[in-house]
Write a protein that binds this ligand. Structure first.
Ligand code: C2E
Ligand code: CA
Ligand code: CA
Ligand code: CA
Length: 279
């Protein structure tokens, strides 16, 4: 070793290698996660602000890894994005969510929607629409029951291309919601032109309700814009009764959050339907 090495250098570089190695290991394990059956979907209810009934579910993926234990999507979705694995994972999510939707259609009375998160890569995938059509046919669900959630950031990165892709999605009947709305610096001019159905207000604006004046102003402004543009407003991250009451007063359409339920496995979700008057 060279004597001129700065003190601390090795420590620093070893630590970097360690996290790079951990990332590589996770990437390699993730490649086999689908075929090993390690991915699972949890479902979180969306609640109608006016009736308090369940209007649908958001499917949220988890990775139950034999080697790593439960891994949060916050950790592995970005890795899957980087490697392109997200396309296969996203397809598994769509199929699994639609298979579940088919089950719930048998017990559920009234319209029930299934929201699935779409990553930027899937969104750009030209095979997405044929895949959706194929999956919907296999599972005898209506494509109009599917709501694809795309983050504001992903849409605004290239609004022209995004607009084209959104038109195709909506042409086959699927709904589109802008996820994490308020965090991606949307231009209101683009918002007006984007072919979308709903806005999901990011939960960072909900945590300060009902007391924080600026959170209140932001949420009521978003609701006003949405009403003007004929968009549905879903608010996520509702954790308290006080937030619920405030949001109902402000006039949002749908609510989602730990107050009603955390994301739960399918069987537990089914058990939520009766107490909410859905079956
Ligand atoms: P997201 O789409 O914004 O999903 C909402 C996240 O907020 C979920 O975290 C959910 O569990 C959490 N959440 C729901 N209600 C509350 C609440 O009242 N309080 C708090 N503090 N949190 C709440 P989760 O399941 O860990 O997912 C994190 C992110 O991972 C998602 O954020 C989404 O961006 C991504 N993700 C999850 N599943 C998928 C998927 O199938 N495909 C893609 N592309 N991304 C996914
Ligand atoms: Ca989402
Ligand atoms: Ca969100
Ligand atoms: Ca988020």
């Amino acid at each position: 070793a060279k004597a001129t090495r700065l003190p601390g250098y090795c420590f620093y570089s070893c630590e970097m290698n360690e996290s790079a190695a951990a990332k590589l290991r996770m990437q390699n394990l993730l490649k086999n996660a689908i075929e090993k059956g390690e991915l699972v979907l949890y479902y979180q209810p969306k609640i109608s602000a006016s009736t308090c009934r369940i209007t649908g579910a958001e499917a949220l993926v988890r990775w139950n890894s034999a080697e790593l234990g439960m891994v949060s999507p916050v950790e592995f979705i970005p890795l899957a994005e980087e490697t392109g694995l997200i396309v296969a994972i996203g397809e598994w999510v769509l199929k699994t969510a639609c298979a579940q939707l088919e089950q719930w259609n048998r017990v559920f009375t009234g319209h029930f929607s299934m929201a699935v998160n779409l990553s930027p890569r899937q969104f750009a995938d030209s095979a997405l629409i044929p895949k959706i059509i194929d999956i919907a046919r296999t599972h005898e669900i209506s494509i109009s029951q599917l709501e694809l959630e795309i983050t504001e950031g992903a849409l605004m990165h290239d609004p022209v291309t995004a607009t084209e892709a959104l038109h195709k999605i909506r042409a086959v009947g699927a709904k589109v919601a802008v996820d994490d709305f308020g965090t991606g610096y949307s231009s209101l001019g683009y918002l007006k032109r984007l072919p979308i159905d709903a806005l999901k207000v990011d939960r960072s604006f909900v945590s300060g309700l009902p007391d924080d004046g600026s959170d209140r102003a932001i949420v009521s402004a978003v609701i006003a814009i949405a009403q003007e543009l004929n968009l549905r407003v879903t608010v996520e991250g509702v954790e308290t009764i006080e937030q619920l009451n405030k949001l109902r007063k402000l006039g949002c359409d749908e609510l989602q959050g730990y107050l009603f339920s955390r994301p739960v496995p399918a069987e537990e979700f089914t058990a939520l339907l009766r107490p909410h008057g859905n079956v």
